[in-house]
Ligand binder design. Sequence first.
Ligand code: 6GU
Length: 257
Amino acid sequence: MNYYVMTLFPEMIEQGLHTSVIGRAIGKGILSLHCENIRDYTKEKHGHVDDYPYGGGAGMVMQAQPVYDCYQNICEKIGETGTGKPRVIYLTPQGKTFDQTMSRELAQEENLVFLCGHYEGIDERVLEMIVTDYVSIGDYVLTGGELPAMVMIDSISRNIPGVLNNDISAETESFSDGLLEYPQYTRPEEFMGQRVPDVLLSGHHANIERWRRNQSILRTYERRPDLFEEAVYDKKDMKFIREELGIQRVKHYIEKK
Ligand code: 6GU
């Protein structure tokens, strides 16, 4: 996966993503990250990239020209190796809400371009010309698209083979089957009088798997009732759900998972 980020704050993105798991994947060559400073593409002598909004109103608007020229430069770079026009994601609270399904889908792309806005936004004409996807990371307002771009890059990258040390963990985690993850424990067996659940010390793998599945169900019911309602349950799940939660019927049921 090759990421291209158009931003006025390239060092913010580079600093944030050259750390930990994502930084290591870049080092290994599984991912590449190219941050382009939109300011480098302005043709104005004072280096301005923004101006007052036509029609008046508060704040400033990012101009079309530097954004468009920055985009063209990225397309030329990709053109040497790539396959046609890349998807261009504009980070905006007006976009579709990012989730794990979108994350997995975007992980299939060869190149992804992120456009980070600031001030009151970007001239609509350049957005219409280059943007393929309008994406938000949730219903709250941020000062710019940099943090959302970093959130998306982190999440998308975890779905790319070789980025995580253990290939299975992207699958067994929260959301992979629509339920939250079960609780985890490590040494010591007793901490401030609190013992690790006996079943985890038993070495009985089938029992451990059942206990974890039940914990996932319970936790999702308590913390995310919206996800609990949409998950798919089998016969063994239903026995637990009836006995522990007193719920007789669920929306999605299959005989055996
Ligand atoms: Cl993608 N951008 C901004 N500026 N604010 C946001 C957002 C994006 N997603 C949620 N809030």
